[in-house]
Design a protein around this ligand. Structure first.
Ligand code: NCD
Length: 318
């Protein structure tokens, strides 16, 4: 792979297998009494978040610190961008200050690619508009394995994940579709016509199915991932109301009963933040089938694995 992680396209299957294997080792470190290893001592990670974030930013920060790296946080508020400095000059400044890795989230699609180019230092895309969110897809894959007590990426070959909701505006969906189909999973997308981008199935390896409502095939899923309605990206124009959305596409008790009839061990996922009562109801989100908080915990391990993988890759090429 290249020295950056900007898209799932940057990863060969072998890279995915290595990152997942490393995530298991990192999870073990996180279960120790003293959660600290010296791997990245003397290195620093710049966390540049120009869109809101809780899980992703904090998990990158914990991941870097567990590996003994220092972290520097930058958001639009409080930075020189507010004083009119161009974002690219801000990036050049951070780079000149001597940061070793950049983690960037920005509303503009493709912006992390530009940052990678101008900074020249290993850059990780933590979400660019509705384009991609590769570290989320990797932690989701890792969670499917931990939840099913599986170890190898190939163990998920032939399993089915359904992704439900606002596919049109979801970077989580785009990275997920690419990654899950790359490893041979079947992917079902369930969404209203209004939030189904034309040609989305082309992102996969031919194992993508599209549905506009729940049906028998959906109810047989091994994993079901709900997506948040990305209202900040579309206003309220795509659905008449939250209530109506919830009635048709929400994961509620009724949907859960039907899923469990076909597969009692179905795993429910959500990248967070959840809008309870819209795309998912509390009786589903907090049920024993839910892996939603395991996704958050695993996010730290996977991001440690990614930082370490980029670092060890750099050692090899320098
Ligand atoms: C997602 C994101 O920001 O893309 N959340 C996350 O990273 N955990 C999904 C969302 O905002 O709905």
């Amino acid at each position: 792979m290249s020295k950056h992680l900007l898209s799932i396209d940057d990863l060969e299957k072998k890279d995915v297998e290595n990152i997942i294997e490393l995530s298991f080792s990192m999870l073990e470190i996180l279960s120790r009494d003293i959660k600290k290893v010296p791997t990245l001592r003397g290195k620093s990670v710049g966390l540049i978040f120009f869109e809101p974030s809780t899980r992703t930013r904090v998990s990158f920060e914990i991941a870097a610190k567990t590996l003994s790296a220092d972290t520097v946080n930058l958001s639009e508020k409080g930075s020189s961008v507010e004083k009119g400095e161009s974002l690219l000059d801000t990036i050049k400044t951070i780079t000149a200050l001597g940061v070793d890795f950049l983690v960037i989230r920005h509303r503009a699609e493709g912006f992390p690619h530009i940052v990678a180019k101008i900074s020249g230092i290993p850059t990780i895309n933590a979400g660019d508009g509705k384009n991609e969110h590769p570290t989320q897809a990797l932690l989701d894959l890792f969670t499917m394995l931990t939840r099913k007590k599986l170890r190898k990426v190939d163990d998920l070959k032939g399993a089915t994940i359904s992704i439900v909701g606002d596919i049109l505006h979801s970077r989580v969906a785009r990275s997920g579709i690419k990654l899950f189909s790359k490893i041979g999973m079947n992917v079902i997308l369930v969404s209203s016509h209004t939030t189904l981008p034309k040609g989305i199935e082309k992102l996969g390896n031919g194992n993508i199915k599209i549905k506009t409502q729940f049906d028998d095939e959906f109810f047989k899923s091994d994993f079901v991932m709900a997506l948040r309605l990305q209202k900040e990206r579309h206003g309220n124009f795509y659905f008449p109301s939250d209530r109506e959305y919830n009635e048709i596409w929400g994961l509620d008790e009724n949907v859960m009963t039907k899923l469990k009839e076909k597969n009692k061990d179905v795993v429910i996922m959500h990248p967070g933040p959840m809008n309870i009562g819209v795309e998912i109801n509390s009786e589903v989100a907090y049920s024993e089938n839910s892996a939603i908080f395991e996704q958050v915990r695993n996010g730290v391990a996977t991001r440690m694995a990614i930082l370490y993988y980029l670092f060890s890759h750099l050692q090899k090429i320098s």
